[in-house]
Design a protein around this ligand. Structure first.
Ligand code: ADP
Ligand code: MG
Ligand code: MG
Length: 213
């Protein structure tokens, strides 16, 4: 895999939509333990709205930025709760990073993902170990960067990112939540995987799946 087209970005979104459908019950179970039991439903609603909004984007030869901006706007407007604005901001910042490009090399994919994560941090102020989606995304992007540095292609980097994000997801289990609804539980949040970390691991796995297809 050398460069990533807008069509492949749509495949990424479609793969994430499929994943949140498949894992929706699990995501909601995680959120019922330390939140309000809506994370799966929130993302299913959001990604169904996204795929409705971006239908036809490829045939109209939009840029990556046009596509990702539409994704972000749709998530912000269709998903209530913390995750809508956070994932929405991820894609809005990712859109700004890709701009007019219609194909992305590996470095541009990394820049896109990093801009998205910076948006999440700007919006939610999460730090490492706060038991949020940051704890899956940040190690995922670090692994993506390391893989590129060691000469792997964009698919290899995305696979490394997905693996590291899954490890980061699992590592949220013993943590005390310090951001979002789960933080209201204090010590009682210990012993549960963070739902947003679980969905973020799916987001990076979906990217690897789209690149492999
Ligand atoms: P809500 O908690 O409003 O019902 P969701 O259930 O859809 O929203 O999403 C909850 C997830 O959002 C959490 O598991 C966590 O990963 C993420 N989250 C919440 N607050 C923050 C924050 N300030 N920064 C980063 N992620 C956050
Ligand atoms: Mg919730
Ligand atoms: Mg909610």
């Amino acid at each position: 895999t050398e460069s990533v087209s807008v069509a492949t970005l749509v495949d990424w979104l479609s793969s994430f939509r499929d994943a949140v459908h498949e894992q929706g019950t699990y995501l909601t179970e995680l959120d019922s333990a330390i939140g309000d039991a809506d994370h799966g439903a929130n993302l299913i609603r959001g990604m169904d709205a996204v795929m409705g909004a971006v239908a036809g984007e490829v045939s109209t030869v939009g840029s990556a930025g046009d596509l990702l901006k539409k994704v972000g706007m749709t998530l912000v407007t269709s998903v209530g709760g913390a995750s809508g604005p956070l994932y929405g901001t991820f894609f809005l910042r990712a859109a700004t990073a890709t701009g007019d490009a219609t194909s992305l090399d590996a470095a541009a994919v990394l820049a896109m993902l990093r801009a998205g994560l910076e948006g999440i941090v700007a919006r939610g102020k999460a730090e490492a170990g706060d038991k949020t989606m940051y704890d899956a995304l940040a190690p995922g992007l670090d692994a993506f960067a390391s893989a590129l540095e060691s000469g792997r292609d964009v698919l290899g980097a995305a696979e490394a990112a997905a693996d590291a994000a899954a490890d980061g997801r699992d590592a949220t289990e013993p943590l005390i939540a310090l951001k979002g609804r789960a933080s209201y539980l204090g010590e009682r949040s210990v012993g549960h995987i963070d739902p947003g970390a679980a969905s973020s691991a799916l987001l990076l796995r979906a990217l690897a799946d789209a690149l492999a297809a």
